[in-house]
Design a binder for this molecule. Structure first.
Ligand SMILES: NC(=O)c1ccc[n+]([C@@H]2O[C@H](COP(=O)([O-])OP(=O)(O)OC[C@H]3O[C@@H](n4cnc5c(N)ncnc54)[C@H](OP(=O)(O)O)[C@@H]3O)[C@@H](O)[C@H]2O)c1
Length: 294
């Protein structure tokens, strides 16, 4: 694992995403519509969710991760982002995803075919109030070829509807295949302190070799996934947290950013106090000994 003093100094710094620069501590908008993703549980208060987004921006967060399929009965993550940042200044980077489909009632449908990706890109443009999407991830299901889907995104990029292309939930083989078709600037896969599978580590290593971003999801929620809350009982994490006067969640985020300068964090929260803790976690420097024990 790459960890040196340069990495630690970079923990609260920026990374380039293709044509863009982002704060390494970003924000994941999946939980803004409802605390348990995909509308499981009540919708959040709209004004509070918008206040969380604006506070993140005030604190220097420039990277916001979203998707058209992040919605509950009353709220849409894309609509909240559009309302929070109507002017979309040049420093703001909104990354969205295509592939998964939910109907208006929130039921999951088959993932999009390549010819359906244009409609999904246009749906994101309408919801976000943009003429061009900064970064679009193809969210992949299964281990098959991604070539036709990535080819469709490359066409939309050539038309100017997409600035940059990313991949989510992919293997190293899929990353290699896609990179022959389009410039892939980022990979968003499941990874965290409790979820260091050999597959995830192999993809992290490959993104580092290619000098592109690796953006783990569920870095705090861990094995609990989309309904999960951070595990605050791990004694090693708790001990290090106590030494830093930090929370276990903050240590999980700090650990994430220490995995390499190309590793970004996109913690999800609808709570301003949690947001402020998450942003502060980018300034926690873990020692070599602490990283080894984690
Ligand atoms: N590409 C994909 O397939 C994929 C899949 C899932 C997620 N994602 C992206 O990844 C982002 C992160 O995923 P996620 O939001 O599900 O998981 P997460 O960021 O790992 O954890 C979110 C959970 O942690 C809690 N939390 C946040 N900050 C906290 C703090 N400082 N102290 C204690 N608890 C805290 C949140 O509750 P509170 O709201 O109460 O703070 C929520 O329950 C999503 O928003 C989404 O953008 C991508």
């Amino acid at each position: 694992m790459v960890v040196g003093s340069d990495v630690q100094e970079a923990a609260d710094s920026e990374w380039r995403l293709g044509t863009l620069r982002v704060s390494r501590m970003g924000f994941g908008a999946m939980r803004l519509a409802s605390a348990a993703a995909f509308g499981q549980g009540p919708s959040r208060d709209r004004a509070e969710s918008i206040a969380v987004l604006r506070r993140a921006r005030e604190l220097g967060v420039t990277h916001f991760d979203t998707a058209a399929f992040y919605f509950s009965a009353l709220r849409s993550a894309n609509e909240l982002i559009n309302a929070a940042f109507p002017d979309h200044d040049d420093d703001l980077v909104v990354a969205t995803k295509v592939g998964p489909s939910r109907n208006a009632s929130g039921e999951w449908a088959d993932p999009a075919r390549p010819d359906q990706l244009r409609g999904q890109v246009e749906e994101n443009l309408r919801q976000l109030g943009r003429d061009r999407l900064d970064l679009v991830y193809l969210r992949v299901f299964g281990s098959g070829s991604v070539g036709e889907h990535v080819g469709a995104l490359a066409e939309l990029q050539a038309e100017g509807l997409i600035g940059n292309v990313g991949l989510s939930n992919v293997s190293t083989a899929q990353l290699t295949e896609a990179s022959d078709i389009a410039e892939v600037v980022s990979v968003q896969n499941r990874f965290g302190l409790d979820q260091r599978t050999p597959e995830a580590l192999a993809v992290l290593e490959e993104t580092t070799r290619r000098q592109i971003a690796f953006v783990p999801y569920f870095a705090m929620a861990g094995t609990g996934g989309e309904r999960g809350r951070p595990d605050e009982t791990n004694p090693v994490v708790t001990d290090i947290a106590n030494r830093h006067g930090a929370s276990p969640s903050q240590i999980r985020l700090a650990w994430t950013l220490h995995q390499g300068p190309n590793v970004l964090a996109i913690p999800g929260t609808g709570d301003i106090a949690h947001l402020e803790q998450n942003v502060a976690a980018a300034r926690i420097h873990l020692s070599r000994e602490e990283l080894d024990s984690l």
